[in-house]
Structure formats: structure tokens, C-alpha cells
Design a protein around this ligand. Sequence first.
Ligand code: URA
Length: 434
Amino acid sequence: MNILSIISKKRDKKALTKEEIEYFINEYTKGNITDYQAAALVMAIYINGMNYEETTNLTIAMANSGEKLDLSDISKCIVDKHSSGGVGDKITLILMPIIASLNIPVAKMSGRGLGFTGGTADKLESIPGYKVDLSIDEFKQNVKDIGISLITSSLNLAPADKKIYALRDTIACTDNIPLIASSIMSKKIAAGANKILIDITCGNGAFMKDIKQAKELANTMVKIGNLAGREVRCVITNMDEPVGNAIGNSLEVIEAARALKGEMTEDVKEIILALGVQMIFMAGLTNDRLKAEMMIADSINSRKAYEKFKELIRKQGGDDSYIENTDRFTKAKYVIPVLSENSGHVKEIKTELIGNISVYLGAGRTKKEDSIDFSAGIMMNKKIGSYVEVGQPLAYVYANDEKKIDGAVKNLKESFVIDSKKVSKPKAILGTIA
Ligand code: URA
């Protein structure tokens, strides 16, 4: 077998065998296939696609390319959650303490932000003292002790995905269903969960721009999961505007802390309920939607989820007084309103642009080595459907670098499309595939 015949087969629109896919993954992971040959194959997959069997074989080969975590000593039922990425997506910070407070074990590895999307690990690190890089033994012990641990992976999980993901980013091949499905599912399978909930973001701030693509991605992941012996459910959430109001690390932690005290925007509430219900179903607590929603509401109203979040922070070395009193977080030096130049209804928000502006302000990275400015970011003041008068703030820029303010304000103004006609608020949940 050789890589040239594999590339030419996919170039000629033929399906690859399990052996050919395994050969590519193993040899590329070992460094025996060059990046330009891998790029040619990935581009051929991007253009000509893969059937379910190929995508499943790709996923399993990627999951087997490195270490795998065994969580069976913690519980027979480990429910994991993953988002396909978005702007202002602080759902993990709110949902996981809720789930843990219902005695469903949460052992979750989260990524860092790259590109215009944020990463949960960076958000957690904005809490002074919080350690995301625990050893696997500490990680498992924390789940056994308090029912929850949120870390970044110190294991070499699905290294093939790391290489292919980085490559896709440099050859304009990120938005592709077999490649996204195998990337997400290989990591989740290697991370040990047997029940996996995927939040598939859909809209102008997500990889999936339209609902047809998002549904196809969801169906692909459910099928791959089933073929790999995992239960997978998907909820499609709207990413035509940022989630909630905050974009940026400590700003999002503050919003999450408030949400856990019951103060949440409508879209965050809808997403928490929709994802939470599916996780409760998968964990087998009930099959009744209303009962599951009541469990979530009770966890928030009784402050159990809030206390669980603080317990998690203390357990991982963080200072939970920042959650008790969010004014303790260092605030950005400059907080500048972005004033509307028109009156009218917000019709459209260019979400990816907003994500990029927050990265520009220092809230994310353009290169892996970049350090994060935890207090930088954006607070939305208006979302789709809101009415705004001339001179009212659309958003606020949180910056520490004075030189970046003008550019951020100008681009933020351009991120909002204002219309004279009334616009209805978009739904946060676009579909559920189980
Ligand atoms: N998230 C991933 O982990 N991989 C993708 O390809 C897209 C989103």
C-alpha cells in the first residue's frame, strides 16, 4: 500500500477501504507521510466526500492513533458533551455543574480557543489559581470525590486529529462534514465516554452555516457513534449571534456565575434546558422532558449547581471568592461603548467577525503560543430583534491596549445590521437528533 494510490483513489471519487484509511492515519501520525501528501488527501476528501463507512473507519483510526482513557472505574455511564465551536459559548461552564449536581459524573476534557472560537480551558484559567492541567489520576480522583472535573487533556488523545486539524486550518478545509465528524468523534471516543452529547452550532458564527449541513453533520455523528458502540445525541443550536452577552474569558466566567444564580439570558436558558434534558435522558434519570426540566430548574434555584461550580474551582486550586464576588475579577483598563449610528431593529449580527474582534483584543489566540488577555473581550448590549436608538450602545469593547480600541469599535459597528422593520428574536434551538 502507498499514499499515492490512496490519494489518487480519493481524487477519482472512489471509496477508501478500512486498511487504506488506517494506513494513512498510522503513517501520517508517525511522520512517514508528508504534510503535502496529507493535504492532498484531505483536500480530495473535502471535495469528493466520504460515505458513512469511510467516515466511521476514519474516526476509529484517529481515535486509536494515541492513548485512550478508561473511565469505567468511575461509572458505567459517563456522559460527555462537546460543542462544535462558537462565539461566547460558555455553556459548558453552566451546564456541567448542573449535571454534576444531579449526581451524573462529569469527567470532561476541554480545549483551548483557536481561531474565532473560544475554549473552555482558557475561560477556566481566567479564575485565579484554577489548574486545568491535572494528571489523569488527579482528574479521575476529583470525579470520584466531588463528581466533576474539567481539565485540558494531558494525554496524547487522538494525535492524528491534532495533526489533521492543524493541517485543515492551513488549507481551507475546516468546514467539511466527514472531517468535522471524525475530528470530534475520535476525541470523544478516545476520552472514554460512552454517551456523547454534541452541541452542533449552526449559523454565521459556526463551521456549519446552514441547517441542512448541520443536520447532515448530526446524522453522521449519531451513525458513527452507533457504529462505534457509543450513544450519541445532537442538539443544533443557533450561532447567528453570540451565545448570551459576554465574549472573552473572565467576562464569560462572570456571566456563567450569574447564570448559575438564575440570572441568564433567554438564549442561554433555552440551550441549557435543551442540552441538559438530553444529558439527563442519556444518564437514565428520567425519560420525561418536564421532569428533566424541573431537575435543572431545581438545581439552579436551590443553588446546588452554583455550589458545585465553586466546589470544582476550589478542588482544582482556584479561588472561588471570585465567583462569590465577581467584581474581584480584574476589569479591562478601557470599557468603551459602541454607539449605534442608526435607529431600528437589529436584523443581523456578523458573529464570526465579532469572534475575530475579540481575538484581536487579546481574548483569543491567532497562534498556539499566544498568551491570552483574560479581561479583554466584548459585551453585547443588543442582540437580534432588539430595538436600538441612534447613540445607544450596541456593545462594549473591553480592552487593555488603547491602540486596539478604534479598530475594534469600527468593526463592531459593522457587525450589526440595523433595519427599519421589526425583527423577531431567533430561536436558540434549531433541532435535536437522537
Ligand atoms: N471541533 C473539533 O474538534 N473539530 C472540528 O473539526 C470542528 C470543531
